[in-house]
Design a protein. Sequence first.
Length: 325
Amino acid sequence: MADQVVLKNGDTLTGSVIQKDGAKLTLRSELLGEVSIPWSAVKSLKSDQELVVVLPGGESVKGKISTNGDNLEVASKSAPLAGISAIRDEAEQKKWEKLQHPGLGELWAGNFALGLALARGNARTETLTNDFNAARVTTHDKISLHFNQIYASALVDGVSNATASAVRGGWAYNRDLNPRVFLTTLNEYEHDRFQSLDLRAVFGGGAGWNAVKGKKTTLSFQAGADYERENFTTLTRNSAEVNFGDDLLWKASAATSVTQAFRMYPNLSDTGQYRMNFDISGVTAIKKWLGWHVTFSDRFVSDPLPGRLRNDVLLSTGLRVSFAK
């Protein structure tokens, strides 16, 4: 027993219909796995399982489906095949319902990585890295959180000193106006001992555009303005900034994905000065909940304190634990 799809070129595919989403029909075949079929290429469709069908007027009906000429029939109702808005199996329907009115504690997904390196002998060193990312994505908005830290110390000839100490983190909220355009707010924090930066706090907002929004690749661009407050050991600076950048997610394969984020912050209070943030991470899954990651994080400041470098880079690698709710 199986669902059956007949294409306009005469080919027949059997398996289990998962969903029709937009202009694509997804079928799970025992031999081919998940197959994506252009809806315009479908000539007829018959199911042995009950499916939820969204008719052209928005009404949802459930039942076994079949076609009669150019019409799709389900639960004693008939509608033009070309006008069907969506089709979902039981699992996809539950996912869709969950996305309509989720609680704040639902739909979170993310990962956490912890790295530790030690040396013992003539030199005594410790290096600790943490990396955390989480996001809650619904049909109309997105909340994202991130945190990145490195701390290292060394004991040589009886003298102990910290050799690296930096913490970066923040959150952002995006609200969709339509599938392509969204509004965004952001709040970023940063501490870097060796830049003499006690705390940098950034509060801002803006608008963005989803240039690519697919299953394997998503790419968005955004721009806005923000207020920045920097507390250094010897001084405090307050600045107005504009900002612009991009966010990219690319699923290179079923096991490997790459995320990248870039932001440029030209200073409006001290024209000619600017900051730049760049983050990129690659993850290869070992199991569904476990993967190996390489993460690169760069912070550039055009006007550091005298005697300090303008660029600070964090590089970490190790095991990453993923979670989803």
